[in-house]
Design a protein around this ligand. Sequence first.
Ligand SMILES: Cc1cc2nc3c(=O)[nH]c(=O)nc-3n(C[C@H](O)[C@H](O)[C@H](O)COP(=O)(O)OP(=O)(O)OC[C@H]3O[C@@H](n4cnc5c(N)ncnc54)[C@H](O)[C@@H]3O)c2cc1C
Length: 393
Amino acid sequence: MDWLNDDQRALRDMAETFARKEVEPVANRIDMEERTPDELVAKAAELGLYGLYTSEAYGGVGADLVSVCLVSEEIAKASPAFAGMLTVQMVLCPKTVEILGTEEQKQRILPRAVTGERLMAYSQSEPGGAANVAAHLTRAVPDADGTGWRLDGAKLFCTQGSAQTYLVMCKTRDRDGNEGYGCVIVEAEDAGFQVAPYEHKLGWRGTNTGPISFDNVHLASDDILGDLLSGGFSHRAANTANLLAHCAVSVGCAQGLFDKTLDYVKQRRLYGRDMSELQPVAYWLAESHAKIAACRALLYDTVRAFEAGAMAPAQSNVCKTFICETAFDVCVKLLQLWGGSGIMDSTGVNRYMRDARAQCVAEGASEIHYAIIANQLLHGQPTLVPSNIVKKA
Ligand SMILES: Cc1cc2nc3c(=O)[nH]c(=O)nc-3n(C[C@H](O)[C@H](O)[C@H](O)COP(=O)(O)OP(=O)(O)OC[C@H]3O[C@@H](n4cnc5c(N)ncnc54)[C@H](O)[C@@H]3O)c2cc1C
């Protein structure tokens, strides 16, 4: 990575120190107790991590996506679960607001999000399928008294289910009867809004990912983010940037387990000699190293193309499937080198494999991304959004 500039290097080094000193010591606790310590959230805020990708005009750092990925990778080496949660805060939510919001909405939401005062969540998935937007039932329709909209429905798998500001993708209808798919802002205090209790999960523990629901929640005009009928799918740059940061978490996840495994293999003796002298062990390490290097090269090549506005269609989907699945395969193999010790929770390494699996489903299951890549290859359309979702009355 000789091509990094001074700012990118400085942010990577800052994240490396933060990960080593603050995240690593609590990483097993986050996984075992399924709770992220408040002090860690506060320290991340202090360092400006929540505002890393937000413009300086709204209190953010205004860093580029390369820096965001470097930071995500470093933190994921210590705790992929915490890093995964961070990308939602750092990239997906604020960038969606920056793309869709009015100046007033940006001033209302972003300065308090970057300080961690009001954490954010992005909610699309529904029981009918996360990507299957046509089957979504959550709906915002005009109020009978003409003062705004009413939101009803239920969402699944909302990460940061204990956030304060929620960006909710939903079916929408305007006063003329036109229908579409919009993005609305719901605040945790809104009457009729509910968050279900913490749901236990395989990986990405420590951040609440669960159902949320809306029962006749009132939305004022300034709670509609972007165009009422198309805001739900017209912030693609935020989704793409987040997908790439998510891939950086997978690279960091595999690298974190690799580093720990290399140390373990170097000190472990078997049959009276060093474990590293067993040829398959040395080959597996070499193979894992090569695969992680290939994933990292693909990631940063794509991120730089994205920033230059020259990314090939569906390239972020290629990254998502290849990097997340490869990182999982690498983690499975590396964990095997730990024998029984890798199965025991006390060594704190099997969480990497579990987090790597969660990475393959969060931000869209691999098959959804294969479907998008195939759509691009066969029909020149890198999307699964049905063309009839916006309906004129
Ligand atoms: C840890 C975690 C955090 C998450 N955080 C959020 C969040 O913050 N906000 C949010 O909105 N969602 C979130 N999700 C939801 C996530 O995006 C979905 O789980 C994922 O997109 C898969 O959708 P689904 O669960 O509805 O699976 P389904 O749509 O029921 O699909 C089931 C399986 O069918 C296959 N499949 C689905 N669609 C296709 C297709 N088009 N072509 C071929 N095969 C297909 C895949 O194998 C898929 O795994 C999170 C999920 C996890 C695990």
